[in-house]
Write a protein that binds this ligand. Structure first.
Ligand code: DGJ
Length: 308
């Protein structure tokens, strides 16, 4: 699969899973994302909401379409899932004790002024997810977001707030279904979005993008020794051609496969969003705690990439 380009599923159809996440469950990888498989609305850099798609794979290379696990509401204009609104950056995590999958997503009005976090739950990875509602976590605006589950099983919703000026890390309740009231604001006024997190050797890492709409910009990574502690912005982790523009992409998620972490990017095509591409790049961690993401023109799946 050529990094930066649109990818195909095993039936030869374009994979529609933008702004997404990849999780592993019982030996199978599941990729959830925004289904943008329709032409842009005339004159706009948007596609009406279709829903959250799911693909499954044994090797992160051959992807089987599992369908929409959460569909847009085509009937009710006041539904938070109505086609005329915004559904972005769906993130799914598995709750080990409750044996269920929790989907968090950015839900918004077309003009992005509502800025809420929606939630849906399913007993199986391939859904259907049942929509539970939408709200503003800790009464704060929420746009780009991700969910991070720590090694002790505690989950955190990480979201841009204050019109994307600052990021919040909001601890979730034991069921991962709502914030528990504890949160910290980090990287204040640094205007970061598209957060993607991981933990390696006891250090927390967060990759973010700048705020330039669908246009690429320079990624930055930050580290902290405590998830709700002080985060330190370090630098752009990217190395290689077009590194200053994150290779033309924007962080979607970090996932773990085997003993390695990978950064997934969206390569947005603003005037034809359904043709936006993807890349998956291995993350290298230095002994000094540094993070490097080198450009590779091809994604060769789990077998080849974990042995690189
Ligand atoms: C950048 C965000 O990261 C995307 O998820 C999307 O909201 C676009 N902005 C919209 O311009």
């Amino acid at each position: 699969m050529k990094n930066g380009q649109i990818w195909q599923d095993i039936e030869g159809n374009h994979i529609q899973a933008h702004g997404g996440c990849i999780i592993e469950h019982r030996g199978t990888y599941y990729w959830y994302g925004e289904h943008k498989g329709a032409p842009n609305c005339p004159g706009k850099e948007r596609v009406d909401v279709i829903g959250v798609s799911c693909y499954s794979s044994p090797d992160l290379l051959s992807w089987k379409y599992e369908g929409l696990v959460l569909s847009a509401d085509q009937e009710n204009p006041s539904s938070p899932l109505h086609t005329s609104r915004v559904l972005e950056r769906p993130k799914v995590v598995y709750h080990e004790k409750n044996h269920c999958f929790i989907l968090w997503m950015h839900l918004d009005s077309e003009d992005y002024t509502y800025a809420g976090a929606g939630i849906a739950v399913s007993g199986t990875p391939t859904g259907p997810f049942v929509f539970q509602g939408v709200s503003q976590p800790n009464r704060q605006d929420a746009r780009d977001m991700t969910v991070f589950v720590d090694e002790d099983g505690t989950a955190y919703l990480v979201h841009s707030k204050d019109w994307n000026k600052t990021l919040n890390i909001a601890r979730l309740n034991a069921d991962y279904t709502a914030p528990d009231g504890m949160y910290v604001s980090v990287m204040a006024d640094q205007e970061r979005e598209a957060p993607a997190l991981c933990r390696h050797n006891g250090l927390y890492y967060m990759v973010t993008s700048g705020c330039t709409g669908w246009q690429p910009n320079s990624a930055l990574y930050a580290t902290s020794s405590h998830i709700m502690g002080r985060w330190k912005l370090i630098d752009n982790p990217c190395e290689g051609e077009n590194y200053r523009q994150t290779f033309g992409g924007q962080s979607a998620c970090i996932f773990r496969a085997g003993n390695r972490h990978f950064l997934m990017l969206d390569h947005w095509i603003p005037d034809n969003l359904q043709k936006s591409g993807y890349s998956i790049l291995p993350i290298e961690f230095g002994p000094d705690g540094s993070m490097t993401v080198r450009w590779k023109s091809e994604w060769r799946g789990i077998e080849k990439s974990t042995s690189d």
